[in-house]
Design a protein around this ligand. Structure first.
Ligand SMILES: *Cc1c(COP(=O)(O)O)cnc(C)c1O
Length: 266
């Protein structure tokens, strides 16, 4: 943040930004307007945490939402999108521009690794690596397909709830070591957490993830900047940013509430 900036100057700038975003939103659809408001809130939270907004990635989580709505957000200039279900991302990605950087953020089964990698050539990251087995599957599949190394986050279960997803914090360092040292086709980039299963993460969950990062960086001898934190969703992304998040995953605040069919299958 620029400390020389006076309050008056900052207010002027904010006003100008607001006016230009209002002018733009007059022509936008609902999702593009919502995106602009999220960008603004992220920028303010970034400033409160002493960072620039370009140090925080906003992943627009488009699960259950139609390609037309994703396109609207893309046309508003956004390039980072996230999906949870393999069947859904392999259906949508080919209908959308290739310069989208897709993140897969859902639970990944071994038998879905190959369809995911072949179906989404512009898959940038898998945020949900939570055991050695899935890491090995991804590593081998990347080699077999011959694509560039795949970026990954290790998913940590920080809420302590009995959940299928995410490794226990106590196993985090060991899994990260395996990914970094034993999976040459994967590029370890950081840690991810959902927090509570009902998506209402608490500050304790975010603190736990930050503690995991300290341990990981110490064990691997890397700087904290080399280990991202993916935390924060629609209900808590500003708090997450203030607590050090570099990657917020925002669905309903951008795309509107999700309507689920009776049964969600992968
Ligand atoms: C659905 C989902 C999100 C987005 O949730 P919202 O509350 O709609 O912002 C983020 N992360 C993961 C892992 C998700 O499954």
């Amino acid at each position: 943040m620029n400390n020389q900036e006076t309050n008056g100057e900052r207010e002027e700038k904010e006003e100008a930004a607001e006016q230009s975003s209002m002018a733009a939103s007059a022509m936008d659809g609902v999702a593009a307007t919502a995106l602009r408001s999220v960008l603004h809130r992220v920028q303010q939270a970034a400033e409160r945490s002493g960072r620039r907004s370009d140090q925080i990635r906003i992943l627009a989580v488009s699960k259950t939402k139609p390609v037309s709505l994703i396109r609207e957000v893309y046309d508003a200039g956004h390039r980072f999108f996230g999906e949870n279900y393999v069947q859904e991302i392999v259906e949508k990605a080919p209908q959308l521009p290739e310069d989208i950087e897709w993140h897969f953020i859902g639970n990944l089964q071994s038998n879905k690794v190959k369809p995911l990698l072949t179906g989404v050539p512009n898959l940038d990251m898998v945020e949900s690596v939570d055991d050695v087995k899935i890491a090995n599957h991804l590593d081998r599949a990347v080699a077999n397909i011959g694509r560039k190394p795949l970026k990954v986050f290790v998913q940590v279960n920080t809420s302590g709830e009995v959940s299928k997803y995410g490794i226990d914090p106590s196993g985090c360092v060991e899994l990260v070591k395996h990914v970094s040292l034993g999976c040459p086709n994967l590029q370890f980039c950081g840690l991810m957490t959902i927090g509570m299963l009902d998506y209402t993460s608490t500050p304790e969950n975010f603190k736990t993830l930050a503690n995991c990062r300290s341990e990981v960086c110490k064990a691997l001898g890397i700087a904290e900047e080399q280990c991202e934190l993916s935390m924060g969703m629609s209900g808590d992304f500003e708090l997450a940013i203030e607590m050090g998040s570099t990657n917020v995953r925002i669905g309903s605040t951008i795309f509107g509430a999700r309507e689920y069919p009776k049964k969600q299958s992968n």
